[in-house]
Design a protein around this ligand. Structure first.
Ligand code: ADP
Ligand code: MG
Ligand code: MG
Length: 896
């Protein structure tokens, strides 16, 4: 039997959204529950995929079924394509599984030609309406099907209005519109080289093809990538009988929400426009009326619409976003979907639905898109002020938040100005590890170069600081501390505002308001915590970050990067002395200067965590990242070491590596310089003993994490140094403190030999940034340069550095667990890469049985919610599997 490519609205339902798309499934559902829906049929998403497989052609089988369904539709509506008595006019509408508002195309009034215009004009005694429909159809068809620019048609309309001395479309007469229709057709013929098609069936096939094709238009591709919608899904096409909102003053068209999408407040919210069609409401052709005013103008239709709203909300048990049309006072429903909403509204609606008895707590938790929470956690621009401002430039919204301050050009200036109490925005060509303190001091960071995974972007997200990266329109003159953007030159001290969500850059001050963790937010998070299994830790290097993360619900530190501690002004000098030492003794002497600082840092971290686990990773980056670049600093270092400037420069040059990401870093540093690990171990253990003595009730058990291990012998070697040093410290202090030694799994070989490594490790933690980098074999600092070409050519749909690659890298994760756990049943396993805060990656981590994810402080609530959703989903799936199995076994029993 041939595959079924087409469904009548009466044949589908809301559960069929994968096949029928969201719009089609909901049109079917509304039909089923008896709402007034103009009838029609849906061509499936599979037909779209088939269209692409067939080289962008609709094959004969699908064509055949479409023709068959046109006949069925003609029977149902009692109208016929091209008929002299009762002609059928339809809309052709795209509709993907996930709603992609405004991304694809719609054509209205299809089926018209001059004969049909004549028929409907006479029949309705309304030639103005008839010609209005026709000129709209030609316009949309040309735009969508033949890609003849909209602009030409709009120019023609404007010209006509000028000639007639009128302001609005509705003031044009039937004759004006007729003339416009002819002009449009001429325009079409000139641009396309063929006359405008008259045959409705030919028009329909052209339109269907165009909707399929619009799945692949550039704005749809970008939208999908931003919203995690796979290209492979395809769009369905809905062919629907027209309802006319443009037949006169007892007609109109509107859009409405059952609750306010900005705040979540209950109550109808929307707009209505009389004598109008389609996008007129949103396109701003005329100012629409508020939905409440509709009550006076269309009392009957309004009363009916209010009922429909209630029915739909009850039915879908969620806030609905609806499109409808009133034709001669009668209501037609054209679309409903769960409405998009702000994060704030999402939380309020979910809580209200629970209170109204419509949803369970589990369902409420599952309704919130974790990615949305981000916007709630950072200071925000005042919405009204933002609306009134015009951006002067745009970069990548690399780390959300709103920042406003005086422009500074160096990290040192940022620190200095911030210390005097100024708010600053650090503007750099790009940032480097040296800039960290300056970045921290700034309200926000703006860079000229670099992508979403550039240093500035990653670090800013980690710190929860606003960052706009890669604004290539800036002409930068760092040396003279000035830059040009949007035709204006900015100097040190000038005020700008940047929006880390949109990437917009504004001149001057835009006031901000503090992020609020409102009551509903707390309620949802408390529910989430009840349902999740996965623990959530944070990546934090400072007590300040750790405290913030604790406020946001972190249950421990999964990654403390100790190198950041070396960059602080009072230690970097000693660390550089260490690097430029000739002997072990000299190195130890330099390290001893750092020891008390590190010990103090760790102590503060343990205190901030109040007995919750703290994982401290030993020194990871290559040493060249720490050496001075400024002449004055080199001079200082030379003096401290009693060496000449040239000698120091030779040492620095000697640290140069061709491939630093795969160079002398991670545990390889300890293998060469065991004294570094010794110092860090002392600091970890001494701090722990101190805190343990002050807080006997805390279950303090520092976790020492060795980075970049690829072989068990490497881990054994480093562990021996750690254990000897630690045990000696504990013995000397006569303490009973416990500690753990584990390793990062971030090199493919470590994953492949996890059974051997597990015998030496108390825990594993996946460093999925390096693991992704090394599994793919491309550098995350350079990938930004070519990933766009990969997206354009459909090789990749996402950046594997922000969304965990479950197929490849994920397989290594699963393998590691499978190999490691049997060898060491008490092994605990987590993840601390950037992926730890990405919802789909968190779901994967739950599935493969990790103990915890660790992410930057501001992503902690996102991870908590995502972990809860993963657990709820798993339980649901198990439940339906059990039901399936039990019904199967019942059947089998009957058979026996
Ligand atoms: P989008 O997905 O961009 O919202 P739609 O397919 O919903 O596109 O169509 C846009 C608008 O066209 C609808 O809001 C509605 O006003 C109008 N429209 C679509 N189909 C019909 C129809 N059968 N009758 C009347 N108006 C329609
Ligand atoms: Mg719509
Ligand atoms: Mg790493």
């Amino acid at each position: 039997m041939a595959k079924k490519w087409v469904y009548l609205f009466t044949e589908g339902n809301a559960d069929m959204r994968e096949l029928l798309g969201g719009k089609g499934a909901n049109l079917a559902e509304m039909t089923n529950i008896g709402l007034p829906v103009p009838q029609g049929f849906t061509i499936t998403t599979e037909a779209c995929t088939q269209y692409y497989e067939d080289g962008r052609e609709i094959n004969d089988e699908i064509r055949g079924q479409i023709n068959e369904y046109i006949e069925k539709m003609e029977k149902i509506t009692g109208k016929k394509f091209g008929d002299k008595e009762n002609p059928l006019l339809v809309s052709v509408r795209s509709g993907a599984r996930a709603s992609m508002p405004g991304m694809m195309d719609t054509i209205l009034n299809l089926g018209l030609n001059e004969d049909v215009v004549d028929v409907i004009s006479k029949k309705s005694n309304n030639p103005r309406w008839a010609w209005d429909c026709y000129r709209r159809f030609i316009q949309m068809y040309s735009d969508v099907v033949m890609e003849v620019g909209k602009k030409y048609f709009e120019e023609l309309i404007d010209k006509m209005k000028d000639n007639r001395g009128v302001k609005q479309d509705v003031e044009l007469t039937a004759d004006d519109l007729k003339e416009l229709a002819y002009q449009f057709k001429d325009e079409y013929k000139e641009k396309v080289g063929e006359p405008f098609p008259d045959d409705p069936k030919e028009q329909l096939m052209g339109a269907i093809k165009a909707v399929f094709r619009s799945w692949d238009n550039p704005r749809a591709n970008v939208y999908r990538r931003d919203n995690d919608i796979p290209y492979s899904w395809g769009t369905a096409v809905n062919v629907q009988s027209m309802a006319f909102g443009n037949m006169g003053d007892d007609c109109g068209t509107g859009v409405a929400f059952t609750r306010d999408p900005a705040t979540g407040e209950r109550g109808l919210f929307g707009e209505f426009l009389t004598n109008a069609q389609g996008e007129d409401v949103v396109a701003g052709v005329r100012t629409p009326m508020r939905i409440s005013e509709m009550e006076q103008k269309f009392p009957e239709a309004f009363a009916q619409f209010k009922d429909v709203c209630q029915i739909l909300e009850k039915h879908y048990r969620d806030m609905q976003d609806m499109e409808f049309t009133v034709e001669n006072g009668k209501l037609y429903m054209l679309q409903t979907r769960n409405g998009k909403r702000t994060a704030q509204a999402a939380l309020k609606i979910a809580c209200d639905l629970v209170d109204e008895g419509m949803r369970t707590e589990e369902e409420a938790v599952s309704m919130i898109d974790p990615r949305n929470l981000d916007t709630l956690l950072h200071p925000q621009f005042d919405v009204k002020a933002l609306k009134e401002a015009t951006p002067m430039g745009k970069g990548l919204g690399a780390s959300p938040g709103a920042a406003c301050g005086k422009v500074v050009f160096t990290a040192d200036d940022a620190v200095e100005w911030a210390n005097r109490g100024e708010d600053v925005i650090l503007v750099r060509l790009e940032t480097s590890p040296e800039d960290i303190t300056g970045m921290k001091s700034a309200q926000g960071i703006l860079t000229v170069r670099g992508g979403m995974t550039s240093h500035a972007a990653v670090v800013a997200r980690g710190m929860g600081e606003c960052c706009v990266a890669g604004c290539g329109d800036i002409t930068m003159d760092e040396e003279n501390k000035r830059f040009k953007l949007g035709g204006k030159e900015y100097h040190e001290g000038d005020i700008i505002s940047i929006d880390g969500s949109t990437g917009n850059i504004y001149d001057g001050v835009i006031p901000t308001v503090d992020a609020q963790i409102a009551g509903e937010f707390g309620r949802i998070m408390a529910w989430a915590d009840k349902f999740r299994r996965l623990k959530v830790r944070t990546n934090a290097d400072t007590p300040r970050d750790a405290k913030k993360a604790r406020e946001l619900g972190a249950e421990g530190i999964g990654l403390c990067r100790t190198e950041h501690m070396f960059f602080e002004a009072d230690r970097i000098a000693a660390f550089r002395e260490m690097i430029c030492s000739d002997t072990v003794e000299e190195r130890v002497e330099a390290l001893d200067k750092i020891l008390p600082y590190q010990q103090g840092d760790f102590k503060a971290l343990y205190e901030a965590l109040e007995g919750n686990p703290v994982t401290i990773r030993f020194l990871d980056p290559p040493l060249h990242e720490f050496v001075p670049t400024e002449e004055a600093d080199i001079q200082k270092l030379a003096e401290a070491k009693g060496k000449s400037v040239d000698e120091i420069k030779d040492i620095i040059d000697g640290l140069h590596e061709f491939n630093p990401m795969m160079g002398h870093r991670g545990c390889r540093l300890t293998v060469a310089y065991p004294e570094i690990a010794r110092m860090q171990t002392k600091a970890v253990i001494r701090a722990a003993i101190e805190v343990h003595n002050e807080h006997k009730d805390w279950d303090l058990r520092p976790e020492i994490m060795i980075p970049l291990v690829c072989d068990v012998k490497e881990l054994k070697f480093v562990k021996k140094i750690v254990v000897e040093t630690a045990d000696e410290e504990i013995r000397k202090a006569n303490s009973d403190i416990k500690y753990e030694v584990g390793t990062m799994i971030e090199i493919p070989r470590a994953a492949l030999t996890a059974n051997e490594i597990a015998s030496e490790a108390d825990f594993f933690c996946f460093g999925t940034n390096d693991l992704t980098q090394m599994t793919y074999g491309f550098s995350r600092d350079d990938a930004g340069k070519f990933l766009d070409a990969y997206y354009d050519n459909k090789i990749f749909e996402n950046d594997p550095f922000s969304k965990l690659d479950q197929t490849g890298v994920g397989k290594l994760l699963e393998m590691t667990i499978k190999l490691g756990r049997p060898v060491n049943p008490s092994l605990h396993i987590g993840i601390c890469g950037e992926h730890g805060g990405d919802p789909s990656s968190v779901e994967f981590c739950h599935k493969i049985g990790l103990d915890y994810v660790s992410c930057s402080p501001f992503r902690v609530p996102i991870a908590r919610l995502a972990a809860a959703q993963a657990a709820i989903k798993e339980r649901e799936e198990r439940k339906s599997m059990e039901i399936l199995l039990s019904s199967k076994s019942k059947k089998e029993k009957v058979l026996v």
